[in-house]
Each structure stands twice: as C-alpha cells, then as structure tokens.
Design a protein around this ligand. Structure first.
Ligand code: GLN
Length: 502
C-alpha cells in the first residue's frame, strides 16, 4: 500500500520504480471513496486524474532511458496529487464557491496558482468543500453539507477551507490549496492537525480566486510537512501580470533554503532579499507574544498552559520570548468584520442572475424583484447576513462611524506591527481559542462564531504571513497548533523559524 510521507520521498519512489503516478492516483481515488462520509470533496476529477497520471508515467519512462536513475530531471511537483478549494478556477471545470448561486458555473480559465501547479507537473484530483463564498469558521455554511473532522466526526473541521484541511488530514491527497481571508487556512489546519500556511498579502496571485474581501484574500497551503509547504509556495508565489496586487519581489528558493543550514546560506547569499532574519548567522530567535492574547478569557486553559510551557522551553533552549502589551486585541474582530463585509458586499454584487449566477423561476414584477429572487434563492443565510452588514457599514449615514474608523484601526495595527518586527523575529500566538468544536455548537450565535477568529485575523489585517504548526494535543483528543507570524514577505524566515519549533 502507498504511504505518503513527503513529496521528496514520493519522488524517490517514482524514480526507483517502486511506484507509479497511476497507482498513486488509484490509491487516492480509493481512499476518497472509502472516506466519502467526510464530504471533503464536492467533485472528484477521477478520469482526467487517471489520464494525466498515465501521461506522466509515460514521460518518466521515456526520460528514464536518457537520464540517470536518480531522475533529478523530474518537474518539481511531478505527479503530486493535489486538491483545490472550490473557490479556485480550473478551466473547463465547475467552480461553485460551495454555493447554490454558482452551482453550474464552469471556469472559463484557470487561476494562476492552478496553472502553475499544472505546469509544475501536479495532478489536480478534485475540488474541495468549504463554507459558501469562504464565509465561515466551521464548514457548516456549505450548500453541499458540512465536511466532517476525520478525527471525530461529531466535530467541525474548521472553516472556511474545511474540505482542504480534511483532505490532507485523512490522506485524500498529498497537499491542498485553500484561501485565507481571516484564518480560513490556519484555523482548519489547527482543528485537523495539519500544517496551514497563509503567505503575505501580495505574495501569491489571486487571479482566478473567487473574491471574498479583496484587500485580505490570499491563497494558502495545507500540507503534512514544512518542506512540502515550502515547495508548493515556491511554485505558486511570485509576480503575475493578471493580478496587480501581486508583488514583483523575487521568490526565494524556499525549499532548498529551508533544507540548508543557516551558516551556509548566509555565506552563499549574503544579499538574498527578505530572509527575515535580523542576523542570518544566529541560531536563536527573538520571539514576541501578546499578553492579552494569552490571557484572553475566551482561550481554553489547556491551550494557554501548552503555549506558556512552550515559551518556557524556548527560553531554556536559548531563545528570548517577550510578552508585549496589545490593548487593541478586542478591536480586531470587529475591525475585520466591518472591512471584510464591506468588501464582500461590493464583490458579491456581480452575482445577480444576469452577469453571474442563479436565476429564479419565480414570476417578477420589476428589476428589483428579479434581483431579490435570484439572490435570496442563490445565497445562503450567512452570505446574505454579510452582504447586509457590509451594505450597512458602507451606507451614507454610517460610513464614517464604521468603515472609516475600521480603516484607521487597520492602519494603526499595521504601524504597530512594523515596530514590533524592528525588534523581534516572529510573533507567537494561539491559532484558535478552542480546539474543534461540535457541529451546531455555534450556529445559532453568529457573534460567538466570529469571535473565534480573534487570533487569526490579525495577520490578514496587517498582510503578514502566518503558519499554524500542529504541535499540541488537547485532553479531549483533538489537536491544536502554535501560530507563528513574521514580517511581510518574510516567508523564508517563517519557514525557518517554524522548523526550529516543530
Ligand atoms: N472565519 C472567517 C470568516 O468567516 C475567515 C474566513 C476566511 O478566511 N475565508 O470570515
């Protein structure tokens, strides 16, 4: 039976002939069928995954006669089996944002990230369940029903990229892509015990990603190992002429740099940009954490203890760990929800049944009636709630009181963050206040659901990269993670610091 450890290990097996892309695709198709009850995939691209695997196997066989058996000539993601969240366009395939609104919508082109995965040799095996239009923290808002947490089927997988998390957790693909607007990669990674990486705003193109809140959205990666996350990031990151918010900063060789000792890289690339380290030679890091975050009353006491114990261990190992005052903590969830719903109300206006989306069969009196029917039938409750909230905070009488104020808070957060990274290498935090909760526990109370985003939205408000590292277990049997954040575009430093923490 195929056992997936890492992309590097899989490539070794392909090269020495102990496995083939086709047999691996068959293995995953079988796993997906066996674990169908988890509802991780909305659609599996079985036949085309098989066809592509056969083509790749043929390529390898032909190349094998010309290259050394070590076969370093393989494309970086050759034969790597990847699932994508149902908000990423893949040409000719349905993309629905887990919404009735887009039930039959076929993507006319591929998202840049999807195209780059394909160009690097990957096999896209299917599209993964999520909260409708990526709005939610539990995957309970999907028009296709919730995804189940594979470790405890009564518990949520987190959201909104719940399907992407569970697909990696349950071994239904090697790595997956999600999107993270306010934690949708890190929080489900935390709830399922896998790695979840959200790059800096602007590091990865969003061309072909269905927009939720454009000044926050970022494509992220779920994986079992840091090295796989580094490799996939290296492929998908970097300038894109189709997304003007995507940075033209060069993309470091994350994968190679991560596996090279710091002293060597410092000597070889003393002018490498954005390594993130204040001193590339040092082995010790300066960590900061927010006192208010760890002392927050909503934080599960076991998570608090695990974090404080970890901080002590880091100090004993020679790092410094400093508690910082962060009085703005209680403002960040309101700020996030004002700004994201405002942006969502604008982004989602295109789904009106004319330009895009569901068209109602009900008789209509006038245009307003027509839109109202299309949108009330097409959108679920949570999406409607957010469009209403967003329209409210943008309305003439309230714009300054809510939207402008929230923009000001965001600016202050950004400025404070820049000051922090003058003195520190990384910020450590919980990822979520509790481990995975039970289905239905928070559905009646949207505010309780929103407050669960307290630890993740900070990175999106400030645009910095963040990762959830699954290193803890709760006494209730569920995993939880340590969240690490570095300064903007310092993903390499984030990966390196992470390697020292797992
Ligand atoms: N839970 C957050 C929300 O509901 C985050 C969603 C996301 O990152 N897509 O908005």
């Amino acid at each position: 039976m195929f056992v997936f450890e890492s992309i590097a290990q899989y490539h070794k097996e392909l090269n020495n002939g102990s496995t083939t892309c086709l047999s691996v695709v068959e293995f995953y198709l079988q796993q997906i069928a066996q674990q169908k009850h988890l509802n991780a995939y909305i659609e599996v691209f079985a036949e085309e995954a098989r066809t592509r695997a056969m083509q790749l196997d043929q390529q390898l066989q032909q190349a094998g006669t010309h290259t050394a058996p070590s076969g370093q000539a393989l494309l970086p993601l050759f034969g790597v089996v990847i699932g994508i969240k149902d908000v990423l366009c893949y040409e000719g395939h349905t993309v629905s944002a887990a919404s009735r609104m887009l039930q039959n919508f076929k993507a006319p082109y591929s998202a840049t990230v999807v195209q780059r995965l394909l160009d690097a040799g990957a096999i896209i095996i299917g599209r993964l369940n999520c909260d409708e239009f990526a709005m939610g923290s539990s995957n309970e808002n999907s028009a296709y029903g919730p995804t189940l947490n594979a470790l405890d089927n009564n518990r949520v997988p987190g959201g909104s990229s719940g399907g992407s998390a569970v697909a990696v957790q349950a071994g239904l693909c090697m790595v997956s892509l999600g999107s993270d607007t306010g934690g949708s990669v890190r929080q489900p990674a935390d709830f399922t015990g896998v790695i979840g990486l959200k790059p800096s705003y602007g590091r990865v193109s969003r061309y072909g990603l269905i927009a939720y809140a454009s000044s926050f959205d970022q494509v992220g990666i779920f994986s079992r190992s840091l090295s796989d996350a580094a490799l996939v990031l290296e492929i998908i990151a970097g300038m894109d002429n189709f997304d003007s918010t995507c940075s033209s900063l060069p993309v470091p060789a994350y994968y190679r740099e991560l596996s090279t000792p710091l002293s060597e890289t410092a000597a070889a690339n003393s002018n490498t940009p954005a390594t993130g380290s204040k001193n590339p030679e040092k082995q010790y890091y300066k960590f900061a954490y927010f006192k208010e975050a760890v002392e927050h009353p909503s934080l599960d006491p076991e998570i608090r203890t695990a974090l404080l114990t970890k901080f002590k261990q880091l100090e004993i190992a020679g790092h410094t760990v400093t508690a910082l005052e962060f009085p703005l903590l209680d403002y960040i969830v309101p700020t996030y929800y004002i700004l994201t719903t405002a942006e969502a109300s604008s982004n989602l206006s295109r789904f009106d049944g004319v330009r895009y989306g569901h068209r109602s069969a009900l008789p209509v009196e006038d245009l307003a009636d027509f839109y109202a029917h299309n949108r009330s039938e097409g959108f679920g409750k949570e999406v409607q709630r957010r469009i209403l909230l967003g329209s409210f905070v943008l309305s003439a009488g309230y714009y300054d009181a809510y939207f402008t104020k929230a923009q000001q808070v965001r600016r202050r957060l950004f400025d404070q963050t820049q000051l922090i990274f003058k003195d520190f290498d990384a910020i450590l935090a919980p990822t979520a206040p509790t481990p995975a909760f039970k289905f239905g526990e928070k559905t009646a109370d949207p505010i309780a659901m929103y407050l669960g985003d307290i630890y993740t939205v900070f990175a999106n408000l400030t645009g910095i990269p963040a990762i959830a590292l699954p290193i803890f277990w709760h006494s209730n049997g569920m995993p939880f993670s340590l969240q690490v954040m570095t300064n903007r575009f310092e993903e390499l430093s984030l990966l390196r610091v992470s390697a020292s923490l797992v």
